[in-house]
Design a protein around this ligand. Structure first.
Ligand SMILES: Nc1ncnc2c1ncn2[C@@H]1O[C@H](COP(=O)(O)OP(=O)(O)OP(=O)(O)O)[C@@H](O)[C@H]1O
Length: 225
């Protein structure tokens, strides 16, 4: 599903990620942890093809983005549900329009999916906010909208950056249950988080593997858990 072979990337002359090698098989559940500034978000951005490796090789769904025609990148992205820390909701669209966006992009008729969208909206507790715009939402509400948008289209790969960072513990546990459930349905899940409690509560249930980044390098396991 994802393989990185000695991938390095930097925003300037310095390497922010250095010689990172990872193999993420289809249907697996991974946590990516490590201190602030270690490069977790940067790695997720590489996986979402926001950036290309500076050195080394990245393969996603068997494709090498470095040699892929640019027009094929959106096709790969359509197979990925992503929750970034800054949410990336579209400001001119309402909550429900944002959540349904991946369906529209995939060319589905929204009328056929209205019940699914509303079920998910309700599930993330935003049914009273469907017509609100992102600027009118709290951080936790934006995060819930971003999670719903990430999963509405049943993507093969789900990437989440601190998906429970802005919600209360009860909603955090629900989000984790949803991600575990999607993993049981065969989806590949990768979650970047500092939250060791989140990792502990998921780990046994899904046999999650833990990747730890420190200073842009991958280190072994998570002895502190
Ligand atoms: N757009 C950018 N331009 C320049 N440097 C950047 C940019 N984005 C991130 N960095 C730097 O890259 C390094 C890794 O940042 P990144 O956001 O990937 O870390 P992180 O592990 O996700 O941190 P956190 O847990 O705080 O979110 C940091 O030193 C950061 O300052």
């Amino acid at each position: 599903m994802i393989s990185l072979d000695r991938v390095s990337f930097g925003y300037d002359e310095r390497d922010t990620l250095s010689e990172v090698s990872i193999d993420v098989p289809p249907g697996s559940f991974h946590f990516l942890t490590g201190p602030s500034g270690a490069g977790k978000t940067t790695l997720l951005k590489l996986l979402y093809l926001d950036h290309l490796p500076r050195r080394g090789r990245l393969k996603l769904f068997g494709e090498d983005p470095a040699t892929l025609e640019r027009r094929r990148i959106p096709q790969l992205r359509r197979r990925i549900g992503v929750v970034f820390q800054e949410f990336r909701l579209l400001e001119h669209m309402t909550v429900v329009q944002n959540i349904a966006l991946p369906l529209r992009v995939a060319g589905h008729r929204l009328d056929d999916y209205q019940a699914d969208v509303m079920e998910l909206v309700k599930w993330v507790g935003l049914n009273a906010r469907i017509d609100a715009y992102p600027r009118e939402l709290s951080a936790g509400e934006k995060q819930r909208a971003a999670i719903a948008r990430a999963v509405i289209n049943s993507p093969d790969l789900i990437l989440c950056d601190e998906p429970t960072g802005n919600v209360d513990p009860e909603m955090g546990a629900r989000i984790l249950r949803l991600l575990i459930e999607l993993n049981r349905l065969g989806k590949t899940v990768l979650i970047a988080t500092h939250d060791l409690g989140l990792i502990r509560s998921a780990r046994g249930g899904v046999g999650a593997r833990i990747l730890r980044l420190a200073d842009g390098r991958l280190t072994l396991g998570a002895a502190e858990l």
